[in-house]
Design a protein around this ligand. Structure first.
Ligand code: CO
Ligand code: CO
Length: 320
């Protein structure tokens, strides 16, 4: 689908375009001067939870995340929304308030936007941020020997699907909402502080899909340790009942050719690694010498980080 526009724009014509469609990443990056580059991204989606305020907050946290995934600091945003005319205005107002208060928490100002009518609600942000051109984190920045850290657990897709089918417990629901509304800000600033060059955020393509994007962009392999991967409390239970969004099997179909399961896996365990995440955590490839001080600082500031694997000289994703 994107191929036609790749041919219209040639990166060589835009020397200040540091990250564009030529090397697709979480956000586009445009150099302003030696010390500053502009980070630009947009994202929007249909409701993942029933409560409008939380939906708005999750969508905003997710949109902001693509700036954080580049090591950037967001500062300005626009709303982008589609609302069914029959929904009460209060409901729509709550979505926008949830998004705006999340943006304010991130020290981002919402300055406008655009809304259309549509059958199903859709909401997200266009976000602008700054990054130092030499401290940027990209999908192509992972090096063999780097340690892989994850900043949120997995299990959001299976749990939100259980919520939609009224099969999720209140506790499990609150737990994933708390994770999905959590900003990736502190995980990103730790990455920049500790010399991380390879990073991405885990969203619709699942852990293994986004891991593969990182592996292929960096020309490396990634090895995950199953026992080290964190999941939300309800994830295993819903997965065992095969409550997954459709995207989980799509992801498996598309990405499994790049994945080598060395550990013997149950089918639901495999699907958990292909489970689409909304507003998931950052996957950070940390130079090994910086791992201990980074984990120590993370603990001091209350930012959870899980060591989930390592970057290898191989060419595929391994699960051991
Ligand atoms: Co992303
Ligand atoms: Co995105």
């Amino acid at each position: 689908m994107l191929r036609p526009i790749e041919n219209i724009f040639d990166n060589r014509d835009y020397p200040d375009l540091l990250v564009g469609l030529g090397d697709p990443d979480d956000a586009a990056v445009w150099r302003l001067d030696d010390e500053r580059a502009l980070v630009v991204t947009t994202d929007f989606f249909t409701p993942v939870v029933d409560t409008p305020y939380e939906y708005g907050a999750i969508a905003a946290a997710n949109s902001l995340s693509d700036v954080y995934a580049m090591g950037g600091t967001p500062f300005l945003a626009l709303n982008i929304a589609a609302f069914p005319p029959e929904l009460p205005p209060d409901f729509l107002g709550e979505i926008l308030r949830g998004g705006a208060e999340k943006a304010r928490e991130a020290k981002v100002v919402v300055v406008g936007g655009h809304t259309i009518q549509d059958k199903e609600p859709k909401y997200g942000l266009i976000v602008l941020g700054f990054v130092h051109p030499e401290k940027m984190m990209t999908k192509g920045g992972a090096r063999p020997g780097d340690v892989l850290l994850l900043s949120k657990p997995l299990g959001f897709g299976t749990t939100t699907t259980a919520i939609k089918g009224q099969k999720a417990s209140q506790t499990n629901m609150n737990e994933v909402i708390e994770w999905m509304t959590r900003l990736n800000r502190d995980a990103a600033s730790l990455g920049v502080e500790f010399g991380v060059r390879g990073a991405t955020d885990i969203t619709g393509f699942s852990l293994l899909g986004h891991a593969w994007e990182m592996a292929s962009a960096s020309g490396v392999g990634l090895r995950f340790k199953w026992e080290k991967i964190p999941f939300t409390s309800g994830a295993m239970r819903y997965a065992k009942d095969f409550i997954f969004p459709g995207g989980a099997s799509d992801n498996r179909l598309y990405f499994s050719k790049n994945v080598h399961f060395i550990r013997e896996m149950e089918e639901y365990e495999e699907l958990l690694l292909f489970d689409p995440q909304t507003s998931g955590g950052l996957l950070l490839a940390v130079p090994p010498a910086n791992m201990e001080p980074m984990l120590q600082r993370a603990e001091e500031i209350g930012q959870p980080l899980w060591v989930v694997g390592e970057v290898t000289a191989g060419k595929q994703i391994e699960i051991v």
